[in-house]
Design a binder for this molecule. Structure first.
Ligand SMILES: *[C@@H]1O[C@H](CO)[C@@H](O)[C@H](O)[C@H]1NC(C)=O
Length: 399
């Protein structure tokens, strides 16, 4: 964007109509720089209004539009970047850091919100980052111990978008989740770096809910909770070359807790590494579900476990609190799930736990090699699993 030929730029600017002359046009593309809308990027001035004003102009422009946030630190309260936009594609080009305000009373459920946009690209350059400044608010988060807790704001929420790309960007120290994808169609997340301390509460890397078509590739996630969590109502999720740790690992769920939850179908997870995480790949569902749903057609393959507590786990009696009811089995039916080519070390003796409520249908384990990290052996534990075993199997299958 910076290397445009100056002569062409001058000609195009001279020709551009008054209404879009706040941006610099080149060819069919136009770039708006947030500094021209009052953003300071000095780390202290509140730039929320300036960025939202610049977005509004960019969103109303036609063609391939870029909203440029140049190098600098932008102190930001909650900001909504909403469509519908006129642009055929709209690039939010972050070349600096967005730094979150710490006064929690300013926030609702999230910090930066991209919503109702088609063809949105959120791209980072030169070490671009979302800095949630979570350390100041983690002590106020009671969710890990209380069911009726107030949730803290998610750093970056994508809601109701279509054809989104998020690439080459970091998220550090979110107050709650780093990224949440809610009700989007076709989202690609490429080359992200997600970071929070291993003991920070609910700092899930990417949480996905009611989406279709999500791809997450070439990404490294170190956090205090789930690396990627695939919640209810998702279809066609593809995750490849993602490294997790520290944190709780990759999870489908938790499912089956609320009324009206949708099915989770077609999940493909490949070439992941888990380093020192609590779980590797886990499907977790609650008991006493008010609604029936399906978790089906999933493949977890070519995974490396390094000292992971529970490398392979289906838990249909998921209960993070000490007093859960055990009245009815989970309403979530687990069907057609394959765990294949999973190698490495387990830091607890039970390397494979398949705890199904209603019997699981069509669980396949193929070529597992999970050794105990110290001296000793690993084992499998099953309830109503009815699994099929193929190829090399260590630990030995449940009898
Ligand atoms: C099982 O799931 C895989 C992966 O989504 C899919 O390709 C396959 O068709 C499913 N098989 C059945 C019998 O549904």
């Amino acid at each position: 964007m910076e290397a445009r030929p100056p002569v062409l730029a001058i000609v195009v600017v001279a020709l551009c109509v008054v209404s879009i002359c706040g941006g610099v046009a080149h060819g069919a593309a136009v770039t708006y720089n947030v500094k021209n809308y009052g953003a300071k990027g000095n780390g202290a001035t509140d730039d929320t209004k300036a960025l939202m004003a610049a977005w509004k102009v960019a969103c109303a422009a036609a063609g391939a539009v870029t909203l440029q946030v140049p190098a600098g630190v932008y102190y930001m309260g909650p900001a909504q970047f909403h469509g519908p936009c006129k642009a055929s594609s709209l690039t939010f080009l972050l070349q600096g850091t967005l730094k979150a305000a710490t006064d929690l009373s300013r926030f609702g459920n999230d910090w930066i919100e991209f919503g109702w946009v088609k063809g949105l690209i959120v791209a980072g350059q030169n070490g671009a980052a979302f800095d949630g400044q979570g350390a100041a608010s983690w002590p106020f988060n009671k969710c890990p111990i209380r069911k009726d807790c107030k949730v803290l704001p998610t750093s970056v929420l994508f809601v109701n978008n279509e054809n989104t790309v998020v690439k080459d960007i970091s998220s550090v120290n979110s107050k709650f989740f780093h990224f949440a994808l809610l009700q989007n169609k076709n989202t690609q997340m490429i080359n992200l770096r997600i970071n929070a301390p291993g003991n920070s509460p609910n700092t899930d890397g990417v949480h996905i809910e009611r989406c279709s078509g999500v791809t997450i590739v070439d990404t490294k996630i170190s956090t205090g909770d789930d690396c990627i969590s695939i919640g209810q109502g998702n279809d066609n999720i593809d995750i490849q070359r993602v490294t997790c740790g520290p944190g709780h690992g990759m999870s489908v769920g938790s499912l089956g807790r609320y009324v009206g939850e949708g099915d989770v179908t077609r999940v493909h997870v490949k070439d992941m590494t888990f380093d020192g995480t609590m779980n590797g790949v886990r499907i977790k569902t609650w008991e006493n579900s008010p609604t029936k749903s399906l978790a089906a057609h999933m493949v977890f393959e070519s995974l490396v476990m390094k000292d992971v507590q529970n490398p392979v786990i289906i838990d249909q009696k998921y209960c993070p609190y000490y007093n859960c009811e055990h009245k009815y089995v989970s309403g979530v039916t687990i069907k057609n799930v394959t765990f294949k080519n999973i190698k490495g070390t387990s830091s607890l003796p039970v390397a494979v736990l398949l705890r199904c409520g209603m019997p699981c249908l069509g669980v396949v384990l193929q070529d597992l090699d999970l050794k105990f990290k110290g001296a000793g052996t690993t084992s499998s534990k099953c309830e109503n699993a009815k699994a099929k075993y193929v190829g090399y199997m260590y630990p030995k299958p449940c009898v």
